[in-house]
Ligand binder design. Structure first.
Ligand code: IMP
Length: 433
């Protein structure tokens, strides 16, 4: 029987778990890295030597020469951002020739970020706190079907011209009549985006065939999730979510790879919790207590928007839920070193809701907002862990903390990150095996 060597890297919290670093580590052994959802709302930081790379759309595998980097059909592509990112990488000596884009992926056009911002501003209360990159409006067009433009349309000038003319007419009506905006100019968009199409044309292919062929050749294929499980439009803290399926199930729809071909789901989770944007966050610490996590080594500021991240203790109700909905069979615990200075560390094991103990993650935000975390306290290790290379060398309190996370979440801890750099990682088990 053929051996399938596929790993999905999926975030188990609200994004920013450190997926970029994990993907980068695993990509060194992969032939292909594939993104399956989201767009340039993502921000993945990868540190190589003394160089730091911030990637929004291009898979982190780009830093390895010879690795094919695929943007699957489930990704929404802003061609302007993609080309800018490619140029920036090329200027720093990175080979970008391995980038392939699905012909079925949907395109973000200038009216998408504009509508994203106008829609947010028009919401009197309960803003979603989007990144303003046009992600939601682009997915709305996809599911609405009529107004969508795919990469395959963009690269055919006649098709693009007709579709853009039709769609823009409708968008301008919406902009003028509902938002009192002056509207956007057809010719300017057509000229600019036709030039982008020209530059991207050769990379736009049937990526489902490409990825499946690689799997059939038994190559190592890594699926790189963006955002996190709690930002999943189906399973997250709706409506404070993104508009795609960052969960492992998103791989199948977002790449054209069947579920029987997915072998390992590596759940990436921070040793504590963070969240950007609005929405409930049961273990959130009050502003005056977050600095130990947010500043210093934590550096908890958004890669895409620079916003300070909200911070709190590890929430095992969430990790258990995310392990379940993704079928996680391996865990990467990130940023353990950020906890090095704490005397006592807390883990939320359940919520208390109106006197009752709740162990499953509620769908109702109203209920979630009323949930009080039930904490278990573990002793801190108060030692620098950043130079530790082997699991056995971690202080016993740190190992006890990781064991407890594993036990409460229901999956083994195979990777532990103790710093920003690639080599500040403890590999307990090879994820590819
Ligand atoms: P959108 O994806 O721009 O529509 O934003 C929807 C929500 O997802 C907001 O709360 C964003 O802050 C959040 N979000 C989107 N992408 C990321 C990410 O890569 N990391 C963390 N949060 C994200």
């Amino acid at each position: 029987m053929a051996v399938v060597k596929t790993v999905v890297v999926v975030g188990l919290q609200w994004g920013d778990e450190g997926k970029g670093k994990v993907t980068d580590l695993l990509a060194s052994e992969a032939q292909m890295v594939v993104r399956y959802q989201g767009g340039n709302n993502a921000g993945h930081t990868v540190v190589v030597g003394d160089q730091e790379f911030k990637l929004h759309l291009i898979p982190s595998g780009i830093l390895y020469p010879g690795t094919l980097c695929v943007l699957g059909n489930g990704v929404v592509i802003d061609p302007k951002v993609l080309l800018a990112e490619m140029e920036e990488l090329a200027a720093r000596g990175i080979d970008v020739s391995g980038i392939r884009i699905s012909d079925r992926a949907h395109v973000i056009l200038p009216y998408h970020p504009l509508l994203d911002r106008l829609e947010e501003d028009s919401r009197p209360a309960g803003k979603i706190g989007t990144t303003g990159r046009g992600i939601g409006p682009a997915y709305v067009d996809k599911y609405n079907r009529y107004d969508a433009i795919r990469m395959v349309d963009l690269v055919q000038p006649e098709v693009f011209k007709d579709r853009l003319a039709m769609v823009l007419e409708r968008k301008n009506r919406l902009l003028r009549e509902f938002y009192h905006h002056s509207g956007l100019d057809f010719q300017a968009i057509f000229d600019e985006y036709s030039a982008y199409a020209q530059r991207l044309r050769d990379r736009v292919v049937d990526t489902a065939s490409l990825v499946n062929a690689a799997i059939d050749r038994q190559e190592r294929v890594l699926f790189e999730g963006a955002q996190g499980s709690l930002l999943d439009v189906d399973h997250g803290t709706f409506p404070f979510v993104s508009s795609s399926n960052p969960g492992a199930a998103g791989v199948c729809a977002g790449t054209g790879v069947g579920p029987t071909k997915i072998r390992k789901v590596l759940g990436v989770i921070k040793a504590y919790s963070t969240r950007v944007g609005e929405g409930p966050f049961p273990t959130e610490l009050p502003e005056q207590e977050v600095s130990l996590l947010r500043d210093g080594r934590g550096r908890e500021y958004g890669v895409t928007t620079g916003r300070p991240r909200r911070c709190g203790w590890f929430d095992a109700v969430i990790s258990r839920y995310s392990v379940m909905i993704n079928g996680v069979n391996s865990l990467a615990v990130m940023k353990l070193d950020v906890l090095d200075h704490f005397t006592t560390i807390r883990i939320c094991t359940a919520y208390r809701y109106r006197g009752e103990l709740v162990k499953t993650f509620p769908s109702s935000l109203k209920m979630l907002a009323e949930c009080e975390p039930v904490y278990e306290e573990l002793p801190g290790w108060r030692r620098d862990t950043s130079s530790i290379k082997h699991y056995e060398d971690l202080p016993k309190e740190a190992r006890a903390y990781l064991d407890r996370i594993s036990e409460l979440s229901g999956a083994p801890v195979d990777l532990v990150s103790v710093g920003w750099r690639r080599d500040e990682t403890i590999v307990r088990r090879n994820v590819w095996e």
